[in-house]
Design a protein around this ligand. Structure first.
Ligand code: NI
Length: 193
């Protein structure tokens, strides 16, 4: 019987699982394939560009990224490692574990990542621009780093829904400390619910 993939709960910033290094995957089995299926389901449902296993509470070296922003094609990377980077680019970033927060992060303009896929085959992914950013962001998760650890502090802001804006939201500046506290409160609320 095939199991339906399921949306898993995304850990918020401050959850210990997000702030420690992930363990290497030693065996690709059904549990791991289920994890990958669920990660895809979870990321697409939340409309994210990438997701690390730690974000669904599993401290393994596994990430997924969208092939591009408009497609549902997902690239699965097991035990990924950055083997090449080139250049630097400043750009806005967010994270499903830090919902509605945005900030500028300096990332490589081009990145090459080696990994294994769910069949156990070696793969290499080369990305430029948004893809390079996405790969760097997801690989950061594997060492327990989230984007507010590397953000340009003065660029940090909340996206607040605002029907008067063309984009549907306005930005509200915040600080790293304020943001951390807000996510602490979100985690507390979740515990209570
Ligand atoms: Ni993230």
């Amino acid at each position: 019987m095939t199991r339906q993939s399921a949306v898993r709960r995304i850990a918020y910033c401050g959850d210990p699982v997000l702030h420690r290094p992930a363990s290497r995957v030693r065996r690709i089995d059904d549990d791991l394939r289920t994890l990958l299926d669920d990660m895809t389901e979870t990321m697409l449902e939340a409309n994210g560009l990438g997701l690390a296993a730690a974000q669904v509470g599993v401290p393994l070296s596994v990430v997924i990224v969208r092939a591009d922003a408009d497609s549902d094609t997902v690239i699965e990377l097991i035990n990924p490692r950055m083997i090449e980077i080139e250049g630097e680019e400043d750009g806005a970033e967010g994270c499903l574990s830090l919902p509605t927060l945005r900030g500028s992060v300096l990332r490589p303009a081009r990145a090459v990542v080696e990994a294994i896929d769910r069949e156990g085959d070696e793969i290499a992914i080369e990305g430029e621009g948004m893809m390079a950013r996405c790969l760097a962001h997801e690989l950061d998760h594997l060492v327990g780093r989230v984007f507010i650890d590397v953000v340009e502090p003065e660029s940090l802001c909340w996206l607040r829904p605002d029907e008067h804006e063309d984009t549907g939201y306005r930005t509200e500046p915040t600080t790293i400390e304020e943001a951390r506290k807000a996510f602490d409160r979100m985690r507390e609320q979740r515990k209570g619910s």
